[in-house]
Every structure is written in structure tokens, then in C-alpha cells.
Design a protein around this ligand. Structure first.
Ligand SMILES: [Zn+2]
Length: 67
């Protein structure tokens, strides 16, 4: 359903930057395990990657944040 996304789980150890989660617009602090996703259409580059909290990504999957 909808767009296909490549999802990669990141452990806290490899996360040294902070990101803004598009789901809740809050910061993902360095050292926090989270997911990075990008569209599986072959067009996007590294710039199209989005970092999400685990819980926010899961909630989006369930449609709470729209499509
Ligand atoms: Zn979030």
C-alpha cells in the first residue's frame, strides 16, 4: 500500500547526530536507536533519507500520520 520504503534500523551506537523526526517534529537525540527510511524508487539519494523514532514510524505505518 502506498509508497515502498526502504527501512533501516539504526542502533544508538552508530547515531552521533541529532535529527528531527517528521512524525512528531521532535528531535531524535544522539545515541537514540531509531530508523532511517527512504523511498524505494531508485530516484532518491542520501538527501531523501528521513530519520524517525521507532514508535513514530510504527504509528505512521498504522495510518495515524496520513500518507
Ligand atoms: Zn518522532
Amino acid at each position: 500500500m502506498g509508497r515502498a520504503w526502504i527501512v533501516r534500523q539504526l542502533s544508538g551506537q552508530t547515531s552521533t547526530r541529532s535529527y528531527v523526526c517528521p512524525g512528531c517534529t521532535h528531535q531524535i537525540a544522539p545515541g537514540t536507536a531509531h530508523v532511517v527510511v527512504w523511498p524505494d524508487d531508485g530516484l532518491g539519494g542520501v538527501d531523501d533519507r528521513r530519520h524517525w523514532h521507532n514508535a513514530c514510524w510504527k504509528a505512521r505505518d498504522q495510518g495515524r500520520y496520513g500518507r
